[in-house]
Design a protein around this ligand. Structure first.
Ligand SMILES: Nc1ncnc2c1ncn2[C@@H]1O[C@H](COP(=O)(O)OP(=O)(O)OP(=O)(O)O)[C@@H](O)[C@H]1O
Ligand SMILES: [Mg+2]
Length: 149
């Protein structure tokens, strides 16, 4: 399933993200890998915040000194940010593949930096800017069949 949204504010991006969380939750999905794509400052962390808020998680911000933050809410959420990752081996050495296989929601910023390590079964969310509209974003989601039944 392909979905496309226009978000005209940070709050709208968060709401669209929380709608994805609701859609997965009410559909019975217990785990998913959500790969976020989009340039610096486009709203990836805002998206993670909105997604996590649906499950009651607070304090969402990008991991700075580590690669991953964990939010324990009604579900477990792992928030990766691959921006500073220099070597894919560093990611594997912290147990990335175990994270991916847990019953949890994994959200990954800067998917561009680990393209080869992204699971095939995943939801892609691509956020883009809109010309001449500082607070507008396009949000495209690609949700494979396994997540959208
Ligand atoms: N429609 C919008 N959606 C999301 N963020 C918006 C929007 N309009 C303005 N913004 C602003 O853009 C910034 C997005 O910051 P955020 O940290 O979420 O981006 P990011 O993609 O995670 O950045 P980075 O690449 O540094 O990780 C915030 O300052 C936010 O308020
Ligand atoms: Mg970010």
């Amino acid at each position: 399933m392909q979905l496309e949204y226009l978000a005209n504010s940070t709050e709208e991006t968060e709401r669209i993200a929380s709608e994805l969380a609701k859609k997965l939750d009410t559909g019975g999905t217990k785990r998913a890998f959500i790969a976020l794509w989009g340039e610096m400052g486009v709203g990836k962390t805002a998206f993670v915040r909105g997604f996590s808020a649906y499950f009651g998680a607070k304090g969402v911000k990008s991991p700075t000194y580590t690669v991953v933050n964990e939010y324990s809410a009604r579900v477990t959420i792992y928030h990766f940010d691959m921006y500073r990752l220099e070597d894919e081996d560093d990611l594997l050495s912290i147990g990335y593949e175990d994270y991916v296989n847990r019953d949890a929601f994994v959200l990954c910023e800067w998917s561009e930096n680990i393209a080869e390590l992204l699971p095939e079964d995943r939801i892609d969310v691509t956020i883009g800017r809109v010309a001449n509209s500082a607070d507008s974003r396009t949000i495209k989601m690609n949700i494979p069949e396994i997540f959208s039944k």
